[in-house]
Write a protein that binds this ligand. Structure first.
Ligand SMILES: *Cc1c(COP(=O)(O)O)cnc(C)c1O
Length: 327
């Protein structure tokens, strides 16, 4: 039997830093940043941030089940694909990535990294990709590749939520009072749901959607429900204490405007912190916009989770023309 991975997973808590600027001073709020972008395991900077939090207990489960192959799905620039590939290289799993769309002529930086890590890339038509949840399709994949541990697209499942609860536990040990607002970017909603579940209504959780649409609150409610039935600390107090803001997606997933690009470059100059244009740039843009509008009462403390995603900047710059500095 292969040894447990748990000792390899041990790392110090990611740093917690306070930002200062004129908006925060004028509006009388404090902003703390949980630097999960600084959690880096394995090669490169792919296995970091919330993708690490979401994978951690899944990797352990795969090892405990005796699985040596991880199979997952994602888009061509996916942070999750890069993280799974990095995890395979770091912890000795064979990894298979099923990528939406046709194989491009040259691989983009994300897929190039994944292949360098040893990930076997297979490209699926958009129609086939939509079948990824169906049992028939999964069976077919097992015949093709042999047994594997299946990670869903984006990495969100019950164990992923469990890993994201650790964000709250770390912050509780790093601060005196619990911050009033916990802000985090939302894709599948797994990270946000994990945070909201761990808070259990003790503070407000505010999610910023990176995608267009109005399905997010329903999805978070579903994830919370599922986690409450499986969590020993499950409680329903969190029900009214979280909210999803859908005003800052900039037109949808991976859509952006010059304002967002300027904000990200200015933020790095002022605070020395690099943000990605898909998730964390939109999160911090939204937080400052809401602060300007007086959304956060004077005297409140906001915590923002920097969920990482920095590996995606190279691909973004390659596609759109070196817009983000320092990526
Ligand atoms: C994937 C990702 C998110 C979204 O996380 P979900 O758990 O899918 O909501 C947020 N930020 C970054 C940097 C990500 O890579």
């Amino acid at each position: 039997m292969l040894p447990s991975l748990a000792p390899l997973f041990h790392h110090p808590p990611s740093p917690l830093e306070e930002l200062e600027n004129s908006t925060l001073r004028r509006t009388g709020v404090r902003l703390l940043v949980k630097r999960d972008d600084r959690l880096r395991l394995g090669p490169g900077m792919a296995l970091c941030g919330n993708k690490w939090r979401k994978l951690q207990y899944n990797l352990q489960a795969a090892r405990d089940e005796g699985q040596t192959t991880l199979l997952t799905f994602g888009g061509a620039y996916s942070n999750h694909i890069a993280a799974v590939a990095g995890a395979g290289a770091a912890f000795g799993f064979r990894t298979i990535g099923l990528i939406r769309g046709e194989r491009p002529q040259g691989l983009n930086p994300t897929l190039h990294f994944a292949e360098d890590c040893g990930m076997e890339l297979h490209f699926l038509s958009r129609a086939a990709f939509r079948e990824k949840q169906s049992p028939g399709f999964i069976n077919q994949l097992q015949e093709q590749f042999g047994p594997f541990y299946l990670l869903p697209e984006g990495g969100t499942n019950a164990l992923a939520l469990h890993g994201c609860r650790n964000i709250v536990e770390e912050v509780e040990q790093q601060t005196d009072g619990l911050p009033d607002y916990w802000c985090c970017s939302l894709g599948t909603g797994g990270t946000f749901a994990g945070i909201a579940a761990a808070l259990g209504g003790r503070a407000k959780a505010l999610g910023f959607s990176a995608l267009k649409g109005d399905f997010h609150a329903e999805e978070v409610a579903r994830l919370l429900e599922a986690s409450q039935s499986s969590s020993p600390r499950g409680d329903k107090r969190g029900a009214g204490a979280w909210k999803v803001n859908t005003d800052f997606h900039f037109g949808g997933y991976a859509k952006f405007s010059p304002y967002l690009v300027d904000f990200i470059n200015g933020f790095r100059q002022q605070h020395g912190i690099l943000l990605d244009p898909i998730y964390t740039g939109k999160l911090f843009y939204g937080i400052f916009q809401l602060a300007e509008e007086g959304y956060f009462p004077e005297g409140s403390t906001i915590l923002a989770v920097h969920t990482g995603g920095l590996q995606g900047i190279a691909g973004f710059n390659e596609r759109f023309g070196e817009l983000i500095d320092g990526g």
